[in-house]
Design a protein around this ligand. Structure first.
Ligand code: NAP
Length: 308
C-alpha cells in the first residue's frame, strides 16, 4: 500500500511530488500521458511566474518535470476512473482505465480543469496566436490593441475590466442582454469608456492569416452579420473541472470543483485536493504550486495524527 497517490501531473501535482519526496512518502504520480504537464504546456509565454519571466509554457512544464525526476519520484501512466474507500476506512482503492488498481493511505487530487471552448471555426488554429483563455496570463501581449472577449459571467466582466486597462478597446460579446456577472462589475463595465458591450451576438468564425485579424459575429435576433477587426479574442465562457471520477466520494460545488480551502482538506478524511480543481478565486501556476505544497503538508499532519 502506498502512502500517497497524487492524481495529475500539472504544476500542483508536480509541486506535491517534490514535497512528498522531501516528506519521505512512498508516493506515485498518476498521469494520463507520459508527459501531461497540465494546461501550462499549451501557453505560449508565461510572464507572471516569479523568476521565470517570459518562459514558454512547455519549457516551464519540462523544468517542473525535470525537478521531480531528479528525485526519482515514480510515475504511473493511466487515468483514474474510480476511487473507493477500503472496508477498514484506512485507505482507498483507485481504479485505472486499464483496470489496474492501486491501494493507498491518502490521495491528492490535482487533476485540474479545462477552459470551455466555443467550438467554432478558427478557435483551434489561432490558440496561442490571438485566441486566449486567460486574460491575466496573456493580456499584456495585447497592449494598446483592440481585442474582443466572449462571455457574460464574473470572469468575463473581471477580464474585460482588466483588459480595458491594457488594451485600446475591448468588445464584450455576449449571447444575450442579461449578464450573469456581479452587478458591481456590470456597473463598472458600463462606466468604462473603452469597453463596448455587444449583446445578442455570437461568434461565427475567427479569421486571419497566421494570427487573429478579425471575427465574424452574428446577431442572434436579427441575423445581421458583421466583421469585427481585432488582434485577439479572449474566451471566458466557464471552466470544466476534471472531477467525474470522484463524484460521490468528496463534496463538490455546483460547478464540480472539489470543496476545500488552501490546506487542501476535503470533507473525506484521507482525500486532499490541490490546484485548479479546488474551489478558489485565482487559478494560476503560482497558486497551483502553492496548493501542492500545502496539500502535502496537510497529508503529513493527517498521517501523523492517524498514525498510519
Ligand atoms: P459562468 O458564470 O458559468 O459564466 C459563463 C458565461 O459564458 C455565461 O454568461 C454564459 O452565457 C456564457 N457562455 C457559456 N457557454 C457559452 C457559449 N458556448 N457561447 C457563448 N457564451 C457562452 O462562468 P465564469 O464567469 O467562468 O465563472 C465561474 C464561477 O466562478 C461562477 O460561479 C462565478 O460566479 C465564479 N467567480 C467568482 C468570482 C468572484 O466572486 N470574484 C470571480 C470569478 C468567478 P449565459 O449567461 O447566456 O449562460
Amino acid at each position: 500500500m502506498k502512502d500517497l497517490v497524487i492524481i495529475g501531473s500539472g504544476p500542483a501535482g508536480l509541486s506535491a511530488a517534490v514535497y512528498a519526496y522531501r516528506g519521505m512518502l512512498d508516493v506515485t504520480v498518476v498521469e494520463k500521458q507520459p508527459f501531461s504537464g497540465g494546461q501550462i504546456v499549451n501557453t505560449e509565454q508565461v510572464d507572471n511566474y516569479l523568476g521565470l519571466c517570459g518562459i514558454n509554457g512547455f519549457d516551464m512544464g519540462m523544468k517542473f518535470r525535470e525537478h521531480v525526476d531528479s528525485f526519482n519520484v515514480p510515475f504511473t501512466e493511466g487515468e483514474v476512473i474510480g476511487i473507493e474507500q477500503l472496508a477498514d476506512k484506512k485507505g482507498f482503492k483507485l481504479t485505472l482505465d486499464d483496470n489496474d488498481t492501486i491501494e493507498t493511505k491518502t490521495v491528492l487530487i490535482a487533476t485540474g480543469a479545462s477552459h470551455k471552448k466555443l467550438g467554432i471555426e478558427g478557435e483551434n488554429k489561432f490558440a496561442g496566436a490571438g485566441v486566449s483563455y486567460c486574460a491575466t496570463c496573456d493580456g499584456a501581449f495585447f497592449k494598446n490593441k483592440e481585442v474582443a472577449l466572449v462571455g457574460g459571467g464574473d470572469v468575463a466582466l473581471e477580464d474585460a475590466l482588466y483588459l480595458s486597462k491594457i488594451c485600446k478597446k475591448v468588445y464584450l460579446i455576449h449571447r444575450r442582454e442579461g449578464l450573469r456577472g456581479a452587478k458591481v462589475l456590470q456597473e463598472k463595465m458600463k462606466k468604462t469608456e473603452n469597453i463596448e458591450f455587444l449583446p445578442f451576438y455570437e461568434i461565427e468564425s475567427i479569421n486571419g492569416e497566421n494570427v487573429v485579424e478579425s471575427l465574424t459575429i452574428v446577431n442572434n435576433k436579427t441575423k445581421e452579420k458583421k466583421e469585427l477587426s481585432v488582434s485577439g479574442l479572449f474566451v471566458a465562457i466557464g471552466m470544466e473541472p476534471h472531477t467525474d471520477f470522484a463524484k460521490g466520494i468528496v463534496a463538490m460545488d455546483d460547478a464540480g470543483y472539489i470543496k476545500a480551502s488552501e490546506d487542501g482538506i476535503t470533507d473525506t478524511p484521507g482525500i486532499f485536493v490541490a490546484g485548479d480543481v479546488r474551489t478558489k478565486n485565482l487559478r494560476q501556476v503560482v497558486t497551483a504550486v502553492s496548493d501542492g505544497a500545502n496539500g502535502v503538508y496537510s497529508i503529513l499532519s493527517y498521517m501523523e495524527k492517524e498514525e498510519i
